[in-house]
Design a protein around this ligand. Structure first.
Ligand code: AMP
Ligand code: MG
Length: 436
């Protein structure tokens, strides 16, 4: 993945476009090797299948009723639907009718009950008139009857032999339910990815230290001290990663010195599949991540034509894939969602699809610069015509993390757009669905 680094003096057009960088990044990655694990189904939510699941039998296994009513043979019913049938028994879910239903007869049936032999159709109970006489119950059908109506066919949900979930599928709630319906009590999943995170900056104060790690401490939050700030990025990253079901290795705050940064790199690379840092990748005197990545790592790309998120470091340190995210909290989230998340999915063995970018109409003007992709924090809603419209959350400074909390989407504006006027089309990535 080595590539010549664009120098800092390079003009704007030397920056790498987002789509090209993403494609290049994905082509440089492959799933990390490792023996799969076998897990009981109730512990498999969020995990990624290591082998495909093939249905061993039909679901439902046999035809059954979708309604409360009467099971009949459609061939018995005349075109106008009017006929009297003798009721010869009942069928309940889990308690089938024993025997066969002869011509001219019907079986009282309830939702979920097996279709009795000799029947192929269910007439809703609302469409019959029932009467009792010495010979037992009779029904008079006074409604047209469509053959096979209100019957769930065997295999209509899943057919035996169907390759339902391929390897690489991240299991969600519906998948877990479907697997249970298929009698699959355990699945083979990829091992969890080990992800090491550290933040850099002498100005950072660790929240644990401030609160003594004591959650019963109800004292009011204290300001971090003059010139200092709480290390929010490590919390944001941990929260983003928790949605991706990884094994998190929290390496804490790393001081702005070459020695501390080198030790963090080496320690992280020795134990993780993926290493994520925040801060220290600009060209300031206190920015050592950049320098140590050059010394220790194999560099993929540095400077992207995007905002927020320039620069962003990507490459390898030892066997581990490395992302050096900017320090600005909004840039951390945006670069994570646009780059780290898709990379992590590939490394974890997931076959993932790119997030949807929906077309929306801007309702407010949006400032941007030509030549770069911009990700603004937006609020998307439907207008009175049902059309998707979007406005920004307000001021868009990369340090305003609350703008991310106020947003329900990222507004994606292409590099060739110079400015957005009300009524213009923009792309929208809904955070619900984008956030892990
Ligand atoms: P840097 O890229 O290291 O120059 O960081 C840029 C800015 O991002 C800093 O001036 C801080 O305001 C902010 N920042 C850096 N790291 C963190 C962090 N871990 N948590 C919150 N804000 C941070
Ligand atoms: Mg810094």
């Amino acid at each position: 993945m080595a590539e010549r680094e664009a120098s800092c003096e390079d003009p704007f057009d030397a920056l790498i476009p987002v789509e090209r960088a993403r494609a290049r990044m994905l082509s440089a990655l492959s799933p990390v090797a490792g023996a799969p694990e076998r897990l009981p189904l109730d512990r498999a939510t969020g995990r990624i299948l290591a082998s495909a699941v093939v249905a061993a039998f039909d679901v439902p296994a046999s035809a059954n009723s979708a309604m409360d009513g009467y099971a009949i043979a459609a061939a018995d019913i005349p075109a106008d639907g009017r006929i009297a049938l003798r009721v010869v028994g009942s069928a309940w879910a889990g308690r089938p009718f024993q025997g066969a239903c002869a011509r001219g007869c019907a079986v009282r049936i309830f939702t979920g009950a097996l279709m009795p032999d000799g029947t192929d159709t269910v007439v809703m109970q609302e469409h019959v008139e029932r009467s009792e006489d010495d010979a037992g119950a009779r029904i008079l059908i006074d409604h047209t009857v469509a053959p096979s109506r209100h019957v769930r066919a065997a295999g209509e949900d899943v057919a035996a032999g169907e390759r339902l979930f391929p390897a690489g599928r991240r299991l969600g709630a519906a998948d877990i339910g479907v697997l249970a319906s298929l009698g699959v009590a355990g699945v083979e999943v990829h091992r969890r990815l080990r992800v090491a995170c550290f933040t850099t900056g002498d100005e950072l104060v660790s929240l644990q230290a401030a609160a003594s790690g004591d959650v019963s401490d109800h004292t009011a939050p204290r300001p971090p001290g003059p010139g200092l700030l709480y290390d929010s990025n490590r919390y944001t990253l941990a929260s983003l990663l928790s949605g991706l079901d990884v094994e998190l290795i929290d390496l804490g705050i790393v001081a702005d010195t070459p020695e501390a940064t080198r030790a963090a790199f080496d320690g992280a690379a020795a134990q993780a599949d993926l290493v994520i840092s925040s801060g220290g990748i600009s060209t300031g005197e206190a920015d050592h991540v950049r320098e140590i990545f050059h010394e220790r790592g194999e560099i993929g790309f540095w400077r992207l034509a995007m905002r927020p998120g320039r620069p962003l470091a990507f490459g390898r340190i030892g066997q581990a894939v490395f992302f050096g995210l900017p320090g600005n909290p909004v840039a951390v989230m945006v670069t994570f969602l646009q780059f780290v998340q898709p990379a992590l999915r590939v490394l974890a063995g997931e076959v993932a699809t790119a997030p949807l970018v929906l077309p929306a109409r801007a309702v407010s003007p949006m400032n941007k610069a030509l030549g770069r992709t911009e990700f603004l924090r937006g609020v998307a809603t439907l207008d009175e015509h049902g059309e998707l419209v979007v406005s920004t959350t307000g001021p868009q400074g990369a340090g305003r993390l609350s703008s991310m909390a106020a947003a329900n989407c990222l507004i994606v504006i292409d590099p060739d757009v110079a400015r957005v006027a009300p009524g213009d089309r923009v792309g929208v990535q809904l955070l619900h669905g984008l956030l892990p």
